[in-house]
Design a protein around this ligand. Structure first.
Ligand code: FAD
Ligand code: NAI
Length: 500
């Protein structure tokens, strides 16, 4: 009895303490305090972008050191790893967004967040020109800002290789709009197939979903589409469900080339079970309104009817990045992206750092890399602020009258400090492993070991690990609560099949 009473008290205490802590954190999150205003004596730091690199930098940056501006055409951070789940209605769009002001309003000194796209960076004059490209604009929608330091983190856009019809007829999977558009298109195909009198051929065409690109985006999306079909559409569209087909087209000999061989085989066998057709060594040559033109492994050409094509064929540089690189032809000749040194400084540009998918480094263009680069830069910018203030103190010490008995020792100590702060520790990437969801409640993971080895694992347990890893990776408690709530909602009530 005493044991039960003690257990009860402990449980009650844990519940009350947990709820209290949750409420306290949520309350603190919602009620940011008063911030220091911009200080004319501080240097100006401009951050372009609000994605993985920029947001990670903002999280680690001490804004007391700078007057900070964040310029991005979207006023939020998008948690891209869960984007395919939004495309099939497993998660609601808002659950994976974090308004950028939710980060900046908690910083010590105010950060000016400007919803605009940079249209030009002049690395010689050290200016950024940007414009409000949204639907609604005020009287001023275009201006130029001078920077002392610029962090260039604009990411990349979807690579189309100028293949005809891609922009006109395919859905992308990069931004939130893309996922929402795909969801609408998918449900439109299903409802059109349900239209009375539709021929069997037309039903089969409308319900054939083609995903192009066997990288992790294409694989995860195919897995999510399969789950939607099995867990929901079979119940609500019993007469159509068996007509739905998913084809994953990949130009290379296998999908997921970045994963270990056994995980590639595991994915292929899981897809086979799930009746997702993988067509490797097959290249998309054109996308038409109602079909996709494929070059088959034997080089023959086939035109395959389909209702929807999702294009997930990799990244390419944004126009503004190409323009910036063209201004520094001697240092920026790599077509893959911006060349940076070991401290992530853009070569040939004074005061510019570049991080994430817009750079050409030896690392893969992943969130993991961009996030680590962002937090590294937060530390580097702290050191630079210290160095800048030591340099200013040194100048002041040099201006002291020679009669000052402490002048020489002050100069010596400050010079020593400046030399020490001058040396920036190079960026080192620490790979935490690769994870991907492959549908049917299974995920795959390639996890590094201390000794340089690798643990390759796949299945339901890995899927639970995948879920907990991404839940913990979400930047805020609010997003964690929203995503967890969506997962529970879908388990209990299924996905929404209405077409907004
Ligand atoms: P982004 O996060 O793309 O941010 C770029 C920012 O720049 C955006 O805010 C954008 O609005 C802004 N911007 C664009 N143009 C301008 C402009 N002209 N001026 C100013 N700002 C501009 N990686 C993983 O490691 N694990 C995963 O599971 C994973 N899943 C993914 C799933 C999907 C569907 C996709 C598309 C990608 C996934 N990635 C994943 C890759 C990851 O999202 C990218 O590597 C990461 O977003 C790169 O970060 P970034 O900061 O360079 O760019
Ligand atoms: P990707 O570049 O990894 O894969 C694109 C695939 O499309 C390539 O395999 C390519 O061969 C294929 N392709 C290109 N053109 C084609 C054509 N015409 N016909 C047929 N196939 C064609 O692109 P993805 O998947 O968008 O990933 C981009 C980056 O984001 C990668 O670095 C990836 O690692 C990262 N990412 C990581 C995830 C994870 O870790 N779970 C999830 C999603 C993305």
């Amino acid at each position: 009895q005493r044991f039960l009473a003690t257990t009860g008290k402990v449980t009650l205490f844990t519940l009350v303490a947990g709820t209290g802590a949750f409420w306290y954190i949520a309350h603190k999150d919602r009620t940011p305090g008063v911030q220091l205003p911009h200080d004319p004596s501080k240097k100006t730091l401009v951050i372009l972008g609000s994605g993985w690199g920029a947001t990670s930098l903002l999280n680690s940056l001490d804004t007391a050191d700078y007057n900070v501006y964040v310029i991005s055409p979207r006023n939020y951070f998008l948690f891209t790893p869960l984007l395919p789940s939004v495309a099939t209605g497993t998660l609601s769009p808002r659950s994976i967004l974090q308004p950028t002001r939710h980060v900046t309003r908690h910083k010590e000194r105010e950060v000016h967040v400007i919803e605009a796209a940079a249209t030009d960076v002049d690395p010689h004059a050290k200016t950024v020109t940007f414009e409000d490209s949204s639907e609604v604009q005020g009287l001023i929608s275009h201006t130029t800002l001078k920077y002392d330091y610029l962090v260039y983190a604009v990411g990349a856009e979807t690579q189309t290789f100028n293949i005809p019809g891609v922009r006109e007829h395919a859905c992308f999977m990069k931004e939130l709009d893309d996922a929402e558009r795909m969801q609408r298109r998918f449900m439109d195909c299903v409802e059109s197939a349900a239209f009375p009198g539709q021929s069997k051929e037309e039903v089969n065409r409308l319900l054939h979903m083609v995903v192009v690109g066997g990288g992790p985006t294409g694989v995860e999306l195919s897995g999510e589409l399969h789950d939607f079909l099995e867990e929901d559409l079979r119940s609500w569209y019993p007469e159509l469900a068996h007509h739905i087909r998913i084809t994953l087209v990949e130009a290379l000999p296998s999908v997921l080339p970045m994963f270990s061989k056994q995980l590639i085989e595991y994915t292929e066998s899981t897809f086979k079970e799930a009746k997702i057709d993988i067509q490797t060594k097959t290249m998309v040559k054109e996308i038409k309104e109602k079909s996709v033109v494929l070059q088959m492994p034997d080089k023959s050409i086939a035109e395959v009817p389909c209702g929807m094509v999702v294009w997930a064929a990799g990244n390419t540089l944004r126009g503004v990045t190409r323009q910036l690189m063209a201004k520094l032809p001697e240092d920026q000749a790599n077509r893959r992206g911006i060349t940076v040194d070991e401290t992530l400084r853009m070569k040939g540009a004074d005061g510019v750092f570049a991080i994430g998918d817009c750079t050409a480094t030896s690392y893969a263009p992943t969130a993991q890399v961009a996030q680590q680069e962002g937090s590294y830069l937060g530390r580097i910018l702290k050191q630079l602020a210290k160095k800048d203030s030591a340099v200013a103190e040194l100048e002041a010490a040099k201006a002291l009258p020679d009669s000052d008995p402490e002048k020489a020792s002050k100069i010596k100590s400050l010079e020593h400090q400046c030399t020490k702060l001058e040396k920036l520790r190079p960026f080192k990437y620490s790979h935490q492993g690769s994870l991907a969801y492959i549908g049917s409640d299974r995920a795959i993971a390639d996890l590094p070991f201390f000794s340089g080895g690798n643990l390759a694992t796949g299945g339901v347990a890995t899927y639970l690990f995948w879920r907990s890893a991404y839940l913990s990776k979400l930047f805020s408690l609010r997003n964690r609560a929203l995503v967890a709530n969506d997962w529970i909602k879908v388990k209990l009530f299924g996905r929404d099949t209405s077409r907004e």
